[in-house]
Design a protein around this ligand. Structure first.
Ligand code: F6R
Length: 612
């Protein structure tokens, strides 16, 4: 983040970095120009707290201008030396970077040959040295940065300041995010609005290949050539309290408690009187939507599991074939798409680089792109033909929870909308499904209440080395999501399987004591799913597995075969995942907490993965 204003840059930066820390937490650093005009820099490996403790013990002079950074290491390990800011122009210029400069090695060789020396292994330091060299010629940070970005390849947001130009911070962005916060006598830059929402609700998203210069009383945005560009201000839809922990033990605990509200807010105004309203799709056009012959859903991680659930619902309701693909696999395999393909991207952050690149590829190849996104003004939203926002509120814990259920809600709205415009469901059928959807928030709240047994289970399992998750039909993506949460939060080997696949190999993993979570479909559902899953439970029990079943309240058939049953309320088959996933979110969190791990910031991860 960057700040120019009155003399409190250090407090503003440390407060903003605390809210941005979820984006990366290998190391942190700040640079400020103090009241005497000197550039001071402090950077430390480890979480932000290491830096704040260091600054408390040995303060840096406060001033009116500063930049701050939290890092997720790409080039060079998480050491003090590799932490940002990096310096140029004999320590008078400081620069921070998000992204990867792909041609850094060539540039570094060139600079080494010219006698420059480096103190880090990062790609970023190359940019700091290059901008410093240009400053010696131009004496202007904006012009220097403009000259340098023309030489860089890859993805970058760069922020720069120089002690000879106090009161100025300059940012440039290509592919990585950057947002301006408009204050009164002060202005801000941040990778997202969380950086400055404590001080202002007024924001401006910076477009692709643009440069911004902030001063306390002005903001100037140009393209990389220097031509002024029009910007559009937006109001941040949430306030600082939404990004605070508010008495909860972790952001994740808070965000799981907000799952009912996340779904309700996503449905608000869109599921009304038994019908679905998605005016956002007008920018694609009813005629185009009526004509599409294929849907490809692209996403990563948890969002991709939401996408898998979307496939079940959209195909069932609209009869349009749907494929679900990981964004990074889709992008680089020459996929078959054309103007009759609707590509649906799903991203909480709206900044996941893998998904952004896939979206760009799809638009460049004539597909219509609709994005489901949780972050206002995010790059993916801006690059798409239409966007349906999930209104889950800011998600801070690295592991996605409330955004996941909101994504499913948005996908189901899309499925019902398509079924309406294509006439594949009657008005009565649409109304029935809408009624199921609007009943979901209260049912999720019921599950959260009844999931109280889970902390106990988690405490018993702190020494467990491996946990398996089984599900069938819509229970399969839920099983995958349960396994992902356990891997990333509790660092336990976990796998999710389609229950029917077990006998084709994975059943060899079952030995006495193996813990298996089974997502059991409703006995009232169609397609004899229930008896098949009950048989799968018997098969693994016969081989010594300990079974924890997530099953509909009153499902007597599972009781004799399960070591533990976690009951969920009644819902139609397609809607069960909203409920079955909640105990798995709670379990991942509780097991990590029981092992003494950092629930909100698991090792090696970052909330928003802005590199490919
Ligand atoms: C897992 C998790 C990740 C994200 C994935 C996509 O708990 O949070 O798998 O779902 O990195 O992120 P977004 O939705 O921001 O594109």
């Amino acid at each position: 983040m960057g700040y120019v204003g009155d003399n409190k840059s250090l407090e503003v930066l440390l407060g903003g970095l605390k809210r941005l820390e979820y984006r990366g937490y290998d190391s942190a650093g700040v640079a400020v120009i103090d009241a005497d005009g000197h550039l001071g820099v402090r950077k430390r490996s480890g979480k932000l707290k290491v830096l704040t403790d260091d600054l408390a013990a040995d303060p840096l002079g406060n001033g009116a201008t500063g930049i701050g950074h939290t890092r997720w290491a790409t080039h060079g390990g998480p050491t003090d030396a590799n932490a940002h800011p990096h310096l140029g122009d004999n320590g008078k210029l400081a620069l921070i970077h998000n992204g990867i400069i792909e041609n850094f090695y060539d540039l570094k060789r060139e600079l080494l040959a010219e006698g420059e020396t480096f103190t880090s292994e990062t790609d970023t330091e190359v940019a700091a040295i290059l901008v410093g060299r240009e400053f010696q010629k131009t004496h202007d940070v904006t012009e220097s940065l403009r000259r340098v970005v023309a030489r860089l390849h890859g993805a970058f947001t760069l922020l720069v300041m120089h002690e000879d130009q106090p009161g100025v911070v300059v940012g440039a962005r290509r592919n990585s995010p950057l947002v301006i916060g408009l204050g009164d006598g002060e202005n801000f830059l941040g990778s997202d609005v969380a950086a400055f929402v404590e001080f202002t609700q007024r924001a401006v998203a910076i477009g692709q290949d643009q440069i911004v210069t902030i001063r306390p009383d002005s903001v100037e945005v140009t393209d990389f050539i220097g031509n002024p560009v029009e910007t559009e201000e937006f109001e941040i839809a949430w306030d600082v309290s939404a990004a605070d922990k508010g008495g909860w033990s972790s952001f994740m605990a808070k965000e799981i408690s907000e799952e009912p509200e996340a779904v309700a807010n996503t449905l608000r105004g869109r599921a009304v009187n038994g019908t679905v309203h998605l005016p956002e799709l007008e920018s694609i056009g009813a005629a185009v939507l009526a004509d599409i012959d294929r849907i490809i859903i692209i996403a990563c991680g948890t969002a991709a599991y939401a996408g898998m659930l979307g496939k079940y619902a959209i195909e069932q309701w609209s009869r349009i074939p749907v494929e679900v693909e990981l964004s990074h696999e889709f992008r680089y395999r020459n996929p078959i798409i054309n103007s009759r393909t609707l590509v649906v991207s799903i991203s909480q952050s709206g900044e996941t680089m893998d998904t952004l690149m896939a979206v760009k590829y799809a638009t460049a190849n004539d597909a219509r792109v609709l994005s489901i996104c949780n972050t206002q003004g995010a790059t993916i939203a801006r690059e798409s033909h239409a966007v349906v926002y999930t209104h889950a509120g800011p998600e801070v814990a690295v592991a996605s929870t409330k955004a996941f259920v909101a994504q499913i809600a948005a996908l189901y709205l899309l499925g019902l909308h398509l079924a309406t415009v294509r006439g594949t469901l009657s008005a009565g059928e649409i109304a029935e499904n809408v009624a199921e959807l609007v009943a979901i928030p209260d049912k999720i709240a019921e599950v959260i209440e009844s999931a109280k047994v889970i902390p106990q289970l988690a405490h018993w399992m702190t020494d467990t080395q491996s946990v398996l998750f089984l599900g069938r039909h819509v229970g399969f993506p839920v099983a995958l999501e349960g396994a992902l949460k356990l891997k990333e939060l509790a660092y336990i080997h976990a796998e999710g399987f389609a229950a029917g696949e077990l006998k084709h190999g994975p059943i060899a993993l079952i030995e006495p004591g193996q813990i298996v979570f089974v997502v059991v479909p409703s006995p009232r559902g169609t397609g004899s799913l229930h008896p098949k899953v009950v048989s799968n439970i018997q098969e693994i029990r016969a081989r010594g597995a300990r079974v924890i079943a997530i099953a509909e309240k009153g499902d007597a058939a599972v009781l004799p075969f399960a070591d533990e049953v976690i009951p969920i309320p009644l819902a139609a088959t397609l809607f069960e995942p909203f409920l079955a996933v909640v105990p798995l979110h709670v379990f991942g969190m509780e097991l990590a907490a029981a092992k003494g791990l950092d629930v909100d910031q698991p090792r090696n991860l970052a909330k928003s993965v802005t590199v490919e």
